[in-house]
Design a binder for this molecule. Structure first.
Ligand code: FAD
Length: 403
């Protein structure tokens, strides 16, 4: 491989480039981005960055010298328009660019509300990029009342940040409860209670019918007929993987760019990683939207470009910070039939362990990083401690690791 081209200068694309150099790849690497910035971390955008003015450089993954020293040609303002899989070229605005291996790390786009609801009103924001976070942070400086649409992690984190900035906050979730897609009821209960304590008005099973206002959003009418005054709306209703480029090149897609266990797409020599990639895991096509997935899948792609044929078999992990809650999750809970609660050492700590029969699937941990480390190790090594021992606070979790 003389030339690896990577489309998408986010965390997954960066991870591929970094790992290729760590593996002593000596050919050329070109990293194409379209945000006009050095690769940066997104998690702070819904957390610390919204609490005060957003520091544009704070979340940068590496300084520009890193790219020069490692001979990674970063082209941050160069959207890739098309892929010619026969000629093995990328179409850029002014040139065709030849590659030997190609990685698609195109990420995802936040879902938007229908145009009929937004009506071009000012004050309605999505959140994915640094520029989005800067706009929201600025809006928080003058707004009185934030309406958050969507009770997933991003919506809840933004709600916490808005409350901490002194805004009145209402969060609506159209599903029966917050975190319905990603966590069980007891974890959602703990998060809901924390928001309630801080004055966030969470309304579940309630959708959005219309906005009020002619130029600037002034309020919202909810599906239950209620009216909420608001001058700032943040929409966090999920993301769609960016597959257009792959699809137009004839690559297989299915809720993401389909890859095989080694992260190769339906075209040999073209790989995909991160939020855009759908991969086989436990007989299911899975797509993960997390930092851990972007880093680790990028690393596996780099190894496989170097000929290692490594399968991608991740342990999913994620975290979320809201007020004084640190939530950490490991594993995937779908298919669970019972949740075992383990009280924490301190009163504000607790963990929820998801089992299918006797098999441990995943764990949500609140305010107890030590438990997270052990839970991650248990899941990674496929160990399933008996639920009764997990529920018994006197049982030392470290001992379970050895059994
Ligand atoms: P992205 O970071 O989206 O990067 C893809 C890049 O490709 C983008 O810059 C895009 O503009 C560019 N691109 C797309 N098409 C083209 C093209 N044709 N040409 C050139 N460039 C292109 N995860 C956690 O684990 N914990 C958290 O706490 C957490 N918090 C988050 C908070 C926020 C606000 C957001 C938005 C995400 C958060 N995530 C979190 C998720 C995590 O950040 C993502 O899973 C991760 O960034 C995915 O990386 P990626 O490289 O796959 O995609």
């Amino acid at each position: 491989m003389r030339h690896v081209a990577i489309v998408g200068a986010g965390l997954a694309g960066f991870s591929v480039a970094r790992r290729l150099r760590e593996l002593d790849y000596t050919g050329a690497i070109t990293l194409f981005g379209d945000e006009g910035a050095l690769p940066y971390d997104r998690p702070p955008l819904s957390k610390g960055s919204l609490k005060a003015s957003v520091d544009a450089s704070g979340a940068t993954l590496r300084p520009s010298e890193f790219f020069e020293e490692n001979q990674i040609a970063l082209r941050p303002s160069e959207p890739v328009l098309r892929i010619d899989t026969t000629a093995r070229t990328l179409q850029l605005r002014g040139e065709a660019f030849a590659f030997d291996a190609l990685v698609l790390a195109t990420g995802a786009t936040p879902r938007a509300l229908p145009n009929a609801i937004i009506r071009g009103l000012h004050g309605v924001h999505g959140l994915r990029t640094l520029a989005d976070a800067q706009r929201i942070s600025q809006a928080f400086g003058t707004a009185q009342h934030a309406l958050i649409v969507g009770g997933g992690y991003i919506g809840l984190e933004v709600a916490a940040a808005a409350a901490e900035r002194g805004l009145r906050v209402t969060l609506i979730e159209a599903g029966p409860r917050i975190l319905g897609r990603v966590a069980g009821p007891p974890t959602a209960d703990a998060i809901r209670a924390a928001h309630k304590r801080k004055g966030v008005d969470i309304r579940e099973g309630v959708g959005l019918s219309a906005f009020v206002g002619t130029d600037q959003v002034k309020g919202a009418i909810l599906s239950d007929g209620a009216h909420v005054a608001t001058d700032c709306v943040i929409v966090g209703i999920g993301i769609d993987p960016n597959v257009t480029l792959a699809k137009s090149a004839g690559l297989a897609t299915e809720n993401g760019i389909l890859v095989d266990p080694t992260c190769q797409t339906s075209q040999p020599g073209i790989w995909a990683a991160g939020d855009c990639a759908a991969f086989p895991m436990a007989d299911q096509i899975t797509r993960l939207e997390s930092v851990g997935n972007a880093i680790e899948m990028g690393e596996v792609v780099a190894a496989n470009i170097m000929g290692q044929s490594r399968p991608y078999a991740p342990t999913a992990w994620f975290w979320s910070d809201q007020f004084d809650l640190k939530l950490q999750m490991v594993g995937l809970s779908p298919g669970y039939d019972r949740i075992v609660t383990r009280p924490g050492v301190n009163p504000d700590a607790i963990s929820h362990w998801y089992y299918a029969g006797e098999r441990l699937l995943s764990v949500d941990i609140i305010n107890e990083p030590k438990t997270y480390i052990i839970a991650k190790r248990l899941i990674e090594t496929g160990k399933s401690p008996p639920p009764a021992q997990i529920a018994d606070q006197s049982v030392n979790l470290k001992v379970l690791l050895k059994s």
